[in-house]
Design a protein around this ligand. Structure first.
Ligand SMILES: Cc1ncc(COP(=O)(O)O)c(C=O)c1O
Length: 380
């Protein structure tokens, strides 16, 4: 169901709610939580995920991901937890790739056992080993590519083939790529999830999450979602809709800057390692070339030197902000060990390869030369 219309055009136009009475060019913000019902079959209500502002953003996101339908939530974690708990029941098993956002991992390991849902974490970079973790009761395979924070890739086509062979559903966290750089649904993935707090919002001023997939799956998830709540309010939907109009522009500039910064860092004598799918040195660069339209705007680096020197480097940065979260127009940098992955154990971090000196960079839209100059002056 790939769209014939370019993503840039979809970003600007798709989903806009045209008010016939006042034909403004933008969707109005419908602040009502109560809607009249006598002359309509519609039962419009924010927690039913069917208000005009919710539907406007969902239409745009579904078009950008080539999906049939979607749901917009108040956070990425609301999208993940609601979707998984809607589709799974006691004694079902889920196979997760091992490299996942820390919050997702915590949700699985702390909440799944309470619901009697079984799970395994597998190395999705090794598809044969990953396959061995599939069980008779596996209902879903969940991947995140590129992964947070090490930018490891999972071969989407191979995962889809595996899932089809065993008749299980597939879900992907597509946050790091954004719909501009990767569209898993045309590759055969069933459900695409985004933490919209990141690239979709893009200005570090809102929190939301999205799930996109077939009409049937979305209806099933929506039925549970109306019990869990977790809906997004009209004002934030509007802010998101406005942000999405520039998604393609923003993400392309961010991706361009990330490539240039990664190339600069890779050559710098004080940098031990750069993790970026757009570099030929990335062990899965070939997979990136196959499944990504652009290599994304996230990279991770390891510097030579100790923890104190890394902290000094962070303090010397002038344009780049040491901050949590990612995907905004401003470049930010953080230490995953004390931020995104702080809540998983030190042992788990070590097993995943997340060292205390690892730095994750979310590249913004600043002028490329200013960004590189800032890193250059701060590196020891
Ligand atoms: C890859 C990824 N997925 C999901 C989430 C969770 O999203 P939210 O913070 O919007 O709940 C995050 C948050 O950092 C993330 O980085």
């Amino acid at each position: 169901m790939a769209s014939e219309i370019a993503k840039d055009t979809l970003c600007v136009h798709t989903g806009t709610y045209h008010d016939q009475a006042q034909p403004g060019i933008n969707s109005p913000i419908y602040t009502s939580s109560s809607f009249e019902y006598l002359d309509t079959d519609a039962r419009t209500y924010p927690r039913y995920f069917n208000t005009p502002n919710q539907e406007s953003v969902v239409k745009k996101l579904a078009a950008l991901e080539s999906g049939e339908d979607g749901i917009i939530f108040g956070s990425g974690m609301a999208a993940i937890s609601t979707t998984l708990l809607a589709l799974l029941k006691k004694e079902d098993h889920v196979l997760f790739q091992a490299d996942l956002y820390g919050g997702t991992q915590r949700f699985i390991t702390t909440d799944f056992p309470r619901f009697g849902i079984e799970y395994s974490f597998g190395d999705a970079t090794n598809i044969e080993m990953f396959e061995e973790a599939i069980q008779f009761n596996t209902k879903l395979i969940y991947i995140e590519t590129p992964s947070n924070p090490l930018l490891r890739l999972t071969d989407i086509e191979k995962i889809v083939a595996l899932a089809k062979q065993y008749g299980v559903l597939t879900m992907i966290d597509n946050t790091f790529a954004s719909p501009i750089n990767q569209n898993p649904i045309p590759m055969g993935i069933d459900l695409v999830m985004h933490s919209g707090t990141k690239y979709l919002g893009g200005h570090s001023d809102l929190s939301c999450g999205a799930i996109i997939g077939s009409k049937g799956l979305v209806a099933q998830i929506k039925s549970t979602a109306t019990h869990f709540g977790g809906n997004l309010n009209a004002q934030t939907c509007y802010l998101l809709e406005r942000s999405l109009k520039t998604l393609a522009l923003r993400v392309r500039q961010q991706t361009y800057n990330a490539q240039k910064l990664a190339e600069f860092m890779e050559k710098h004598p004080k940098v031990k390692k750069v993790h970026y799918p757009g570099l030929e040195s990335h062990p899965q660069h070939d997979i990136a070339k196959r499944q990504m339209e652009g290599y994304g705007a996230m990279l991770a680096v390891e510097l030579h030197g100790n923890a104190d020197e890394t902290r000094q480097f962070l303090r010397k940065l002038k344009i780049v902000t040491p901050a949590m979260s990612l995907g905004g127009v401003e470049t930010s940098i953080c230490e995953p060990a004390t931020t995104s992955h702080a809540k998983i154990s030190a042992e788990q971090r070590q097993n995943l390869g997340i060292s205390d000196s690892l730095l994750r960079i979310s590249v913004g839209i600043e002028a490329t030369e200013d960004l590189i100059a800032d890193f250059e002056q701060a590196l020891p």
